[in-house]
Design a protein around this ligand. Structure first.
Ligand SMILES: *Cc1c(COP(=O)(O)O)cnc(C)c1O
Length: 382
């Protein structure tokens, strides 16, 4: 009944954990869910207020322009300028997205012919691979290993793959490893993309969730980045707006034009009221971001300290709301944490083979709940 395209998708590896979680809840277990990468903190009030006002205005009730309102694209350009000192032409170098997932899901259709390769980080956000498969491209996985600071070794990609490679996805600060990348790696990506004529897509969803004074760069800060690719960013993680579905692709105008041509045939743009709220988010006070980072940092410290005290080998990340912890068998650990402690973590293999030796904790729950999770994990023993 289903298309080959659907049948070819990789198996959904979280199914077993999902089923166990549902069963535990049914048994009345007070499950602590550290599995979901969705902020528990609310969208800041001034952004919600802007939405309420905008939704009442009938001007905003029509089909939006797929590329985004001029005022939204100007707000994105303004934010990039303030935040990264990157100047963008709002008319041609900014496109509105329904969250970055929208951009990631559609960009292979614009650049990848059947059988051509897309270079995808392993472990990584699953949509990089599925969007490639939907476009009938081939996925070449680039392992992210701890010994390489979770950066891919571009020189390891075989020549026959490079000849037919069209697109490269990468993502720092990284989900799920929580790794960050130095500017020198971004420079390396620019040189690599130029040499092999590959379109680069940097997924910068976590640039604002950083700790200990670390500031994450934009890929577009690298010299020549704008000639080789685009960056996707989103209000989801930055302003606790995952449900609102708004983000942006910025950078190379020909690449954006290709993505725009796909999108104009698929969706009809982001609801104008949501764009007005996003303008308020991007142009208004940014203190809410610092406040959220303070909250995540306390949680990170509670979790890392607690797990270290229990004897687990775990590092405090400089960015993202994830903690990536090495374990012997990620499926067994995740199943055991859930079954015996009522704590949900994500088995790393769900993000790719190279994630198999890890579990991911999402610190999207309160310090109290995180402390209780650690206590319960302590009780079941190592
Ligand atoms: C959350 C996330 C996204 C998607 O976020 P949107 O809500 O679609 O903007 C993209 N990439 C990574 C790595 C993420 O973790």
């Amino acid at each position: 009944m289903y298309s080959q395209r659907l049948e070819n998708l990789p198996p959904y590896l979280f199914a077993r954990i999902d089923a166990l979680k549902a069963q535990k809840r049914k048994e009345g277990v007070d499950v602590i869910d550290l599995g979901v990468g969705d902020p528990d903190l609310p969208t800041p009030g001034h952004i919600v207020d802007a939405m309420v006002n905008a939704v009442k205005d009938p001007k905003n009730h029509h089909y939006p322009a797929y590329e985004g309102m001029a005022a939204y694209r100007e707000a994105v350009a303004g934010w990039y300028n303030t935040r990264f000192s990157v100047s963008l032409d709002p008319a041609e170098e900014v496109v509105a997205l329904m969250g970055s997932k929208d951009g990631i899901a559609h960009i292979p259709e614009a650049f990848v012919n059947p059988g051509e390769y897309v270079l995808v980080p392993d472990p990584g956000y699953p949509v990089y691979s599925t969007s490639t498969l939907f476009a009938e491209g081939r996925v070449h996985l680039m392992p992210l290993l701890e010994e390489n600071n979770f950066l891919p070794l571009l020189e390891d990609i075989p020549g026959d793959v490079l000849e037919r490679a069209k697109l490269l996805f990468f993502n720092y600060p990284n989900n799920p490893t929580a790794a960050t990348a130095p500017m020198s790696f971004f420079d390396e990506v620019v040189a690599f993309a130029r040499e092999h004529d590959i379109v680069v897509v940097h997924d910068n969803a976590y640039s604002e969730i950083t700790f200990d004074g670390y500031r994450a760069p934009s890929f577009l800060e690298a010299d020549g980045a704008r000639e080789v690719g685009v960056e996707m960013h989103s209000l989801s993680k930055t302003y606790n707006m995952t449900g609102w579905r708004i983000g942006m692709a910025v950078g190379n105008k020909e690449v954006l034009s290709g993505l725009g041509r796909v999108k104009s045939n698929v969706d009809s743009g982001v609801f104008d009221a949501v764009q007005h709220a996003a303008i308020t988010a991007l142009s208004g006070p940014q203190q809410c971001i610092a406040d959220a980072c303070t909250v995540y940092q306390e949680r990170r410290d509670a979790l890392v300290r607690g797990l270290s005290d229990l004897g687990y080998d775990v590092q405090a990340p400089k960015a993202t709301f994830y903690v990536w912890m090495p374990v012997d068998d990620c499926m067994a650990t995740a199943a055991r944490f859930l079954d015996e402690a009522g704590v949900v973590v994500t088995p790393g293999v769900g993000f790719g083979e190279s994630g198999a030796g890890y579990v991911r904790f999402a610190i999207t729950r309160s310090v109290e709940r995180i402390q209780e999770a650690v206590e319960r994990i302590g009780r079941i023993g190592a």
